[in-house]
Design a protein around this ligand. Structure first.
Ligand code: NAD
Length: 320
């Protein structure tokens, strides 16, 4: 397609795990992709294969500061934010700022460009939930002053600000409540359970399970997540919507499954549960099924095998 006819999309957090997969998807769909990232937790390696393309450009920029993009803009995906507890506990104020000031800057940009904006919210808005599965109507159980509050409350503010721009300015907005996602390009050292287990298993180190491992998580493979986000962007639904996989599992069982799938000699060791760690996580995705005609397709084992294979190749290439 001619460059001047291509739809232009800004993706923040583009050098991160989800942002980079979204860049790939929108390039595949023949968009002009403007990627933005300050590389605080991201890695240019995730998008370097796109640098040579005429319909891809990259801005090294902190979106908590004023954001300017020259030319037309049709869509914005705001994915910039540290996303793992290890990251946001290290940089709590930057985390609060990117969810609040960053979101405000991007909503302002969307308004000035008359662009549609989708923001990446999270299942963490439900905190340590008192109901399961979590439907969008559930208001959550968040400790605002606990260590995780910097992330959870930033995202809750993000949702409130996004709805305010929608209601007050008539801006076209979308809110994805993203549940734990996994796949290639996750940072293995980011402290989240699944990448940590995979990294430990591949190195035959003991897998560290927090608490008694009876707490549950529901993991969705990255291609399913990207498809859900893609459909949401082009839907006309403006309230928050869960994008996740209801396949709920105890973390202890997940650790055992990863040891089996990697044929690892690792054992399991138990460590104290972090403060405010949610005991259960399971999305109710009836809304996404109905509104987006979407549901996850990749089953857990298949997704895990693809992910493990990716990291095995990476580990082997680092060894040789
Ligand atoms: P990630 O850390 O891999 O990517 C985040 C990216 O944002 C990084 O490249 C980082 O450098 C960039 N960034 C952070 N602050 C920035 C700033 N101020 N200015 C510009 N860039 C900045 O994390 P991810 O897992 O890809 O998560 C992406 C988004 O999805 C986040 O908003 C996160 O809250 C949300 N999310 C992710 C998950 C998940 O399971 N991965 C679950 C729920 C929500």
């Amino acid at each position: 397609m001619q460059e001047n006819k291509r739809k232009r999309i800004l993706i923040t957090g583009a050098a991160g795990f989800l942002g980079s997969h979204l860049c790939d998807r929108f390039i595949e769909e023949d968009f002009h992709v403007i990627a933005m990232d300050n590389l605080v937790t991201g890695d240019l390696k995730n998008i370097e294969h796109l640098f040579k393309l005429p319909n891809f450009e990259f801005y090294h920029h902190d979106v908590s500061k004023f954001v300017h993009v020259p030319g037309e803009l049709h869509y914005i995906l705001h994915f910039a934010s540290p996303a793992s507890p290890i990251d946001y506990l290290k940089i709590p104020i930057q985390t609060l700022k990117v969810g609040s000031l960053g979101t405000h800057n991007l909503l302002g940009l969307a308004k000035s460009k008359e662009a549609r904006i989708l923001v990446a919210s999270t299942s963490e808005v439900y905190g340590d939930p008192l109901v399961s599965p979590q439907a969008e109507e559930y208001w959550g159980n968040v400790n605002p002053v606990g260590p995780r509050g910097v992330y959870d409350e930033a995202k809750r503010f993000q949702e409130a600000m996004t709805m305010a721009y929608h209601n007050f300015h008539g801006l076209e907005t979308r809110i994805a409540r993203i549940f734990n996602t996994f796949g290639p390009r996750m940072r293995l050292e980011d402290g989240r359970a699944l990448p940590t287990f995979i990294s430990q298993a591949l190195q035959h180190k003991d897998l560290t399970v927090f608490g008694d491992g009876m707490q549950t998580r529901s993991f969705i493979y990255v291609s399913d997540q990207v498809e859900g986000i893609y459909r949401l962007l082009f839907s006309d639904y403006c309230l928050p919507i869960n994008i996740g996989n209801p396949d709920e599992m105890r973390l202890l069982d997940m650790a055992k499954e990863i040891i089996a799938l990697t044929s690892s000699q690792s054992s399991i060791v138990f460590e104290p549960l972090p403060i405010d760690d949610p005991k259960q996580r399971r999305p109710d995705i009836s809304k996404a099924k109905k509104v987006l005609d979407w549901q996850p397709k990749v089953n857990r084992k298949e997704g895990l095998m693809k992910t493990i294979h990716y990291y095995q190749t990476l580990f082997n290439s680092n060894i040789h």
